[in-house]
Each structure stands twice: as C-alpha cells, then as structure tokens.
Design a binder for this molecule. Sequence first.
Ligand code: IMP
Ligand code: MG
Length: 189
Amino acid sequence: MQDDIDHVLIDRHAISRRLDELAQAIAVDLKAETKDGPGEITLVPILTGGIIFLADLIRRLPIPMQIRVMSVTSYPGTATSSRGASIEAELTKLPDDLSNNHVVVIDDILDSGNTLRLVKEVIQKRNPISLRTCVLLRKKIPSAMEFDVDYFAFDIPDEFVVGYGLDYNDYYRNLPDIVTLKKHVYAQT
Ligand code: IMP
Ligand code: MG
C-alpha cells in the first residue's frame, strides 16, 4: 500500500491541528443555536468516506448529539470522477421528521457538489430548524468553490486523493494522511 503513494498532500498532524480549530467553530455555532431556542443536534455523516472525519470531529465536540447516517454513491468502483449522486436507501437511517433538529451534514470532500446538493434537498424536506454542511476537503474547482458549504478544513488542488476515509475502488481509506496515488495504480484497474 505504501508503494502506491505518490505524495502526501496533507499529513495527519496538519489534519489534527485543523480539526481542533474546525470543531471549535462548529461548537460555538451549535451552542449558540441551542442556548435559548429549542432543538437537538443531529450529525449526518455520508458513508463511507465521511466516517473517519466524523470520528475525529465528534470527539472534539463536547455537546449532546445524535448520529444518523446517509449513504450516497457517486464514484462507483474505479471511477475517479462523479457519475451523479444517488441515495442508498438500505444504508440510510434518517428520521422522517427533523423539525426539532439542527442538522450538520459531514462529508469527506466537495467536488462536483452533486452529493451535498442531493443530501441537502432530502434533509430539507424533513423540515430541520437549521441545516449546515461540513467537509474535510474542498477542491479548487468552480463547482466546489461555488457551493455554499458552511465549514471546510482544507482547500486542495484538483487532484484525485485518497486516505483518511477517501478511497479508490474502496481501498486506501485507512491511510492516516491524505495522499495522491502513483499512475500505475490506475493503470492496473
Ligand atoms: P461530489 O458529489 O462530486 O461533490 O463528490 C463527493 C463525493 O465524491 C465524495 O463524498 C467522495 O466520495 C467522492 N470523491 C470526490 N473526489 C474524490 C477524490 O479526490 N478522492 C476520492 N473520492 C472522491
Ligand atoms: Mg463519499
């Protein structure tokens, strides 16, 4: 696996430091929302790429919350560009009614914006009190930069990256750093 890495874009220490800042900002906003008004906090991680980010983020958020997962596919198998987002119903555990909830969607990366657009639409229909989006990475391309995301940790160049939850053909999610892969990896599949 290590032999497949071309270069490290963001290492584990930089991720950890940035997550401290990001969690602080999110905690301040959510505490303000729930201080005087009604509502519970619900985090919605997008499977599978968002799970490592979620795990590290929530342990920095000292506030009561529930987790409700959603599964969205857009990069099936060995695809390295979006094929259009669709929801996987069996793996999605979203309550029908979110009218007492402040919702924060957590995903690994913002690329075409198709995933978050779809997810926001589906959640909005369930009438949350507030709805925010949070991604670890945002690609420096117009579709991602124009998307109105509430929180992001890093802007990255328009490259295909893996590690820290992000996959290629479902592999490499367990790499602790965010990296690019050598060309021979894509040539094989
Ligand atoms: P979007 O729907 O095009 O914004 O892309 C969001 C989803 O595509 C993410 O949740 C990822 O699963 C996947 N994705 C986009 N870019 C990359 C990448 O560079 N590496 C791995 N997965 C990616
Ligand atoms: Mg994903």
